[in-house]
Design a protein around this ligand. Structure first.
Ligand code: SF4
Ligand code: SF4
Length: 292
């Protein structure tokens, strides 16, 4: 079973060991007049999804490069070194940089894990299962008084209240990439540093990814219509979804983007040369079958 990068579980002891599903009920309410208001934002450990970054960088009117440099810190999501990003906090203070005296200064664009709290989401792919499953867990931290409020609500209705379904939908393909990568293990070869760089670009650095899509190198390889290219130049969400398809193509060979025939021929020759260099280790420098 693989867990999700969307976990926001600061201390394992805070996690209630009961799997919850959409119809299950929790007792919880968070509101502005509660005594612990903002306490949870003063000690954060928040992983960001690609759609979180898209929303935040647009809200703050920054490029993705600027946003990543100012507000995030990289980390490895798993033992293979899959790159992730978290919100950066000061060295001596774990408060969220978006916390203001009045509360969250980016509330309408707050990240997925902030929306879910005090639920943790785990997307799982059970062994031999072809599909992913979502399960939820209650996080009970001492400072959070929301659990003492009398309101009960189903997990499904809580998701609606927090407008989280849209975020999940936007990140679904990306989560599939991570789960597939983890469940495929070593059978598809060890990903190279270049694959991880490409994963980072397609996942988190949307504006630089757009420059790549606009480049001559890209159009020499991929066969997109002028209309498709134009949309990718102006529409962030379309670009993000295209990036996920391209990542699936590059990492797993799931071909959904047309490749120019002469580029395919050239790549086949390059692959042949690589295998000739080290016939005992054809997975060396593995970049995936779908072309970058
Ligand atoms: S983004 Fe907003 S809700 Fe999330 S931790 Fe920061 S201040 Fe709190
Ligand atoms: S009730 Fe919990 S989630 Fe709400 S402000 Fe207090 S600590 Fe944060």
């Amino acid at each position: 079973m693989s867990d999700s990068p969307l976990e926001n579980i600061p201390h394992q002891s805070s996690l209630q060991p009961v799997e919850l599903f959409l119809d299950d009920t929790i007792q919880f309410r968070c509101h502005k007049n509660i005594a612990c208001f903002n306490e949870c934002c003063k000690r954060i450990d928040i992983s960001l999804t690609p759609y979180d970054i898209l929303r935040l960088k647009n809200r703050l009117e920054l490029t993705s490069n600027e946003f990543l440099a100012q507000y995030t810190v990289p980390y490895e999501m798993d033992a293979s070194g899959m790159p992730g990003v978290k919100i950066r906090t000061a060295d001596d203070n774990l408060a969220c940089p978006f916390l203001s005296e009045k509360g969250c200064s980016v509330y309408d664009d707050r990240p997925t894990v902030c929306r879910y709290y005090a639920l943790g989401l785990m997307s799982m792919r059970k062994e031999k299962s072809p599909t992913d499953e979502d399960a939820y867990f209650l996080i009970k931290e001492e400072h959070c008084l929301g659990h003492n409020e009398s309101r009960t609500i189903t997990v499904g209705d809580y998701r609606k209240e927090q407008d989280v379904a849209h975020y999940d939908e936007m990140n679904r393909e990306w989560l599939q990439i991570i789960l597939k990568k983890r469940s495929s293990g070593p059978t598809i070869g060890k990903p190279s540093a270049r694959s991880f760089q490409f994963f980072f670009l397609g996942s988190y650095n949307l504006d630089s990814f757009r420059n790549f899509v606009k480049s001559e190198g890209f159009s020499n390889v991929y066969d997109l219509t002028a209309k498709e290219l134009e949309q990718l130049k102006t529409d962030d969400v379309a670009l993000l979804q295209f990036g996920f398809r391209l990542l699936k193509q590059v990492l797993f060979g799931e071909m959904s983007i047309a490749v120019k025939s002469d580029a395919m021929q050239k790549r086949t020759e390059q692959r042949r040369e690589q295998i000739n260099v080290d016939p005992d280790n054809p997975n060396q420098n593995y970049d995936g079958p779908g072309m970058i």
